[in-house]
Design a protein around this ligand. Structure first.
Ligand SMILES: NC(=O)c1ccc[n+]([C@@H]2O[C@H](COP(=O)([O-])OP(=O)(O)OC[C@H]3O[C@@H](n4cnc5c(N)ncnc54)[C@H](OP(=O)(O)O)[C@@H]3O)[C@@H](O)[C@H]2O)c1
Length: 370
């Protein structure tokens, strides 16, 4: 970093530190990740039983299983894509940048030359882009010698946006990526997940930060994020927490709905929380502060590498068939309890309705009514 950019970063850091959102992130997020680790520690200390699941490698005969992962070009998504390619999956990586996608393919091939990979350029925060992706994926599966179905979907793409901006549909960009994008992609890919000859899985990557939300509304203004786009101070930490809580509520609602459909719909839905991992997630936070945050978290023994952080995602992806509605945290197949709010059935139902109504006026509405 040059002298001028260092000085500018320090000024920006100073401005950042003077906001409530920064302190919310610095104090409450640290507390909530520590609380998740405390759940594991408490169980170990008092010899309580922690529910944990072994990893089951997928069957690669007669066809290799297909895994779609969003945000596989960096951090946790990249590490997860590497690991799943070693487990025999054909890994379909969805990313925004052609350049990053081809770099990612080269890197994974460098680590595992037998890896079966395919890259698709698509923007998770755009409904139109997700529809185009679904159509291209389907066509690619039909043209390949694979079964025209998907065995694993990992909604991993996520951002921590510190300034307000809108998606093509006018939603808040952070909500559009972290929650609405996952909702849209999951629903678009449901027919491909359903047509799998073996049971299939959905893994949603959430975060310990969801624990901080204890009260909120799920009206259209809030869920679309339009309410925040015009606010003077963009409440970025709060919106990130909301988006991760909504992803949990959505996961558990989908788990319940698929469960009601019985054996014909063998799709299992789980949530993975990677804990705090040193990735590029803080790219919009001033570099000095991001460095300081990682330094403090490391000192508190709460920071992990992406290779370690990906373990909960891989645990959820390889959990035995039948495992559904679980919250994976801490690696070694372990699960813990998410917040009570995230298990509120009424709230989950309301959120589902609001999101579906909101999207019915977009091309997604036509797609899902076909
Ligand atoms: N790191 C942590 O401490 C932590 C903790 C809890 C949860 N998580 C969650 O873990 C997930 C992965 O984050 P990470 O830590 O690995 O961060 P990261 O290194 O910044 O990776 C995020 C990935 O998402 C992609 N992405 C962002 N917006 C996208 C869009 N609109 N369309 C398609 N791809 C998009 C990025 O691609 P580009 O490179 O193109 O932007 C990147 O590949 C996120 O959901 C995050 O919220 C992270």
């Amino acid at each position: 970093m040059g002298m001028i950019s260092l000085i500018m970063d320090l000024f920006w850091s100073l401005y950042f530190v003077c906001s409530i959102q920064f302190w919310r992130m610095a104090l409450l997020w640290t507390f909530s990740v520590a609380y998740s680790h405390f759940q594991l520690l408490k169980a170990w200390f008092f010899s309580q039983k922690i529910v944990s699941y072994p990893r089951c490698s997928p069957s690669i005969i007669p066809n290799r299983p297909v895994c779609v992962i969003t945000g596989g070009t960096s951090g946790l998504g990249f590490s997860t894509a590497c690991k799943l390619s070693q487990e025999g999956f054909v890994v379909v990586i969805v990313g925004r940048s052609e350049e990053l996608l081809s770099e990612t393919i080269t890197k994974i091939k460098g680590l595992n030359e037998d890896a079966h990979l395919k890259a698709f350029q698509a923007d998770v925060s755009s409904v139109e882009s997700m529809i185009k992706f679904k159509n291209s994926l389907r066509q690619w599966l039909l043209d390949s010698n694979l079964h025209c179905s998907v065995q694993l979907l990992i909604n991993n793409a996520g951002i921590l946006a510190t300034s307000s901006r809108a998606t093509a549909e006018g939603y808040d960009q952070m909500i559009g990526t972290n929650y609405i994008g996952a909702f849209v992609l999951t629903k678009l890919l449901l027919p491909l997940l359903e047509s799998s000859p073996v049971s299939s899985k959905i893994v949603n990557v959430s975060s310990f930060t969801h624990r901080i939300v204890t009260d909120m509304q799920v009206d259209e203004g809030t869920v679309s994020g339009k309410r925040f786009l015009s606010s003077k101070q963009y409440p970025y930490a709060q919106i990130y927490e909301y988006s991760k809580l909504w992803l949990l509520l959505f996961s558990f609602e989908l788990h319940r709905q698929l469960g009601l459909m019985g054996k014909s719909h063998q799709i299992f839905v789980n949530v993975a929380d990677p804990g705090s991992a040193q990735t590029s997630i803080m790219r919009e936070v001033p570099a000095t502060l991001a460095w300081l945050a990682f330094f403090v978290l490391k000192r508190l023994r709460l920071l992990q590498s992406p290779e370690c952080g990906k373990n909960s995602i891989v645990d959820a992806a390889l959990a035995p068939p039948g495992t559904s509605g679980a919250y994976f945290f801490g690696g070694s197949g372990r699960t813990i309890n998410p917040s009570a709010h995230s298990q509120n059935i009424k709230l989950a139902h309301e959120l589902w309705e609001t999101t579906s109504n909101m999207l019915s006026g977009t091309p997604f509405g036509n797609e899902t009514n076909k």
